[in-house]
Design a protein around this ligand. Structure first.
Ligand code: ATP
Ligand code: MG
Length: 512
């Protein structure tokens, strides 16, 4: 079977790597994460940094976020930090909120607990964080310093999530959990670090940095795998993918993000098991999609996902389009758009899921439009209908929040209006909240011959000139570009009758 050989046995003692033999220094760790670690330690708990942050520091990258693992129960964590929210339904996690930074604190999981990230944690809205900060400010507390002393003379509150609470006094794995009536609910949700390590996905994500002495605990050879650039699932590969099919996407994401290689045993079953992704809640796949494409390595994620046959599991209709149009302009548009997005991430500029979904759905939207009679290709209603159908189909797999779906519609509805600027109305388009995203899409289309380049340049210029010049430009606006070929066409329209790659789009009498 696809058993990773040295990982099959029950964990023995970890290899403990002293501070002198590893590169993780406190100067690489966010001050807020250090605050959390020290506060837990001072209260008598074990506290480790774990997961991607340890991995990233070792390879010299700046971690995206810091995760903490501890033997403190969620309620105990809550009692230590005023700026703490408990989240998660099946397994409670503590989020310690410092302005925009959230330190996630997870109690060590036992073997029977759901693994990390198996269920989507409800997305914490910024409003919620602001609310928490306001509450703290009203109470005269500085959110950055807010902690409450742990009063061990008080009984712990019963958690409000229906999972009961641990009997005080029990320690280690196999805690007894009772509800208010003393009924045994679940006696092994929380474990110790020896159990926690087996719930993690890849060996490179299973290193623990101990705040007590700054050593790293390595149970599964994670450090050697980081050094070798190798992604290995912990335990029996097929079992781990079946337990949580999202691990296949995570493998692809780490391959793209870190440039690591999935080892043969961990890669082999993906082709056979990728269909299991259909059973993952669409909201979770939305989160994964955002991590794959909006965190600076989107173009690489696309390449890896296609190569491993995983793209079809996320976006079947898009994949179908790309299969039917090999080497297509639409694929060029998608890849170029993803590269532009990666560059924006690198430059610390904001990126939006609305633009991402507009890129992803270009092929399906264009082919739906092209299935209409040519005289409808310009019609705003036809474009909106096509967007709705493409969005609806995509939603069957990956949920697309309403505000994003509305944004995609607006971006597409604006395309023909941008392609046929008419007098003073053009100035009003500049004020549209979606103008910038729609303009970016127009530029991308124009760069590939999917829209008239001169019109795109006209808009670029319009934004850069003085108000007086703007007036002159709109007075003289061509207005006819629309009749000369506006609309959202794909490869079948752009490529018809001419070699696809070389062709500059010519005005078409029928439009679109
Ligand atoms: P990054 O933050 O760079 O995206 P990460 O490895 O930190 O990568 P997170 O989603 O932040 O990923 O998860 C933190 C840690 O939790 C992981 O490193 C891993 O140990 C564990 N983990 C997350 N998701 C899963 C999962 N689906 N199955 C098992 N373990 C997981
Ligand atoms: Mg992380």
């Amino acid at each position: 079977m696809n058993q990773n050989p040295d990982l099959s046995a029950a964990p023995g003692a970890p290899r403990i790597i002293p501070r002198s033999d590893h590169p993780v220094s406190r100067s690489n760790i966010s001050p807020n994460a250090l605050r959390v670690l020290y506060r837990l330690k001072e209260a008598g708990f074990e506290a480790f940094l774990v997961g991607g942050c340890v991995r990233d520091i070792i390879i010299g990258r700046h971690p995206k976020d810091f995760d903490v693992a501890t033997d403190a129960l969620p309620e105990e964590v809550r009692r230590l930090f005023r700026n703490c929210r408990l989240v998660g339904r099946r397994f409670r996690l503590a989020h310690i909120v410092y302005g925009r930074e959230v330190i996630e604190v997870a109690t060590f999981r036992a073997a029977s607990a759901p693994p990390p990230s198996e269920e989507p944690v409800p997305v914490r809205s910024e409003d919620e964080d602001e609310l928490l900060e306001e509450e703290l400010a009203a109470a005269g507390e500085d959110p950055l310093e807010a902690t409450t002393p742990l009063d061990l003379t008080q009984p712990l509150e019963v958690p409000d999530f229906g999972d009961g609470h641990r009997d005080s006094g029990s320690g280690g794995a196999g805690h007894r959990v009772h509800d208010d009536h003393g009924r045994l609910l679940r006696d092994n949700m929380y474990g110790n670090i020896d159990a926690d390590v087996w719930r993690r996905d890849f060996t490179v994500n299973a290193l623990y940095y101990n705040i007590a002495d700054f050593s790293i605990w390595d149970y599964v050879g994670g450090l050697a795998d980081i050094q070798a650039g190798r992604l290995r699932l912990i335990g029996d590969v097929e079992t781990r993918y079946r337990e949580d099919p999202v691990r296949m996407l995570r493998a692809a994401r780490f391959e793209a993000k870190l440039g690591f290689v999935i080892d043969a045993a961990s890669a082999a079953p993906i082709e056979r098991l990728r269909g299991l992704l259909a059973s993952v809640p669409p909201a979770r796949l939305f989160d994964e999609t955002a991590k794959l494409f909006l965190t600076g390595h989107g173009a690489d994620s696309y390449r890896v996902l296609r190569a491993r046959g995983l793209f079809a599991a996320l976006f079947p209709a898009v994949d179908r389009y790309l299969q039917q149009h090999p080497g297509s302009l639409v694929e060029d548009l998608l890849v170029q758009g993803l590269r532009n997005t990666d560059r924006r991430v690198e430059e610390d500029k904001p990126v939006t899921p609305t633009f991402l979904f507009s890129l992803l759905l270009y092929g399906p939207i264009a082919s739906i439009i092209e299935s209409f009679p040519p005289n409808r290709w310009h019609e705003p209603q036809a474009i909106l209908d096509a967007c709705d159908r493409a969005l609806h189909e995509a939603q069957q797999r990956v949920s697309i929040p309403r505000r994003i779906a509305l944004g995609v519609r607006e971006m597409y509805a604006l395309q023909p209006r941008l392609e046929g600027p008419r007098g003073r109305r053009a100035l009003r388009l500049l004020e549209q909240p979606r103008f910038r995203a729609a303009y970016d899409l127009l530029m991308l289309r124009a760069s590939l011959g999917l829209a008239v380049p001169e019109v795109a340049q006209w808009w670029t210029r319009l934004q850069s000139v003085s108000p007086a010049e703007r007036e002159q430009m709109v007075e003289a606006a061509p207005g006819g570009a629309r009749a000369a070929g506006a609309g959202v066409g794909g490869d079948d329209v752009a490529g018809s009758g001419a070699p696809r790659r070389r062709r500059r789009r010519r005005p078409r009498s029928s439009g679109a």
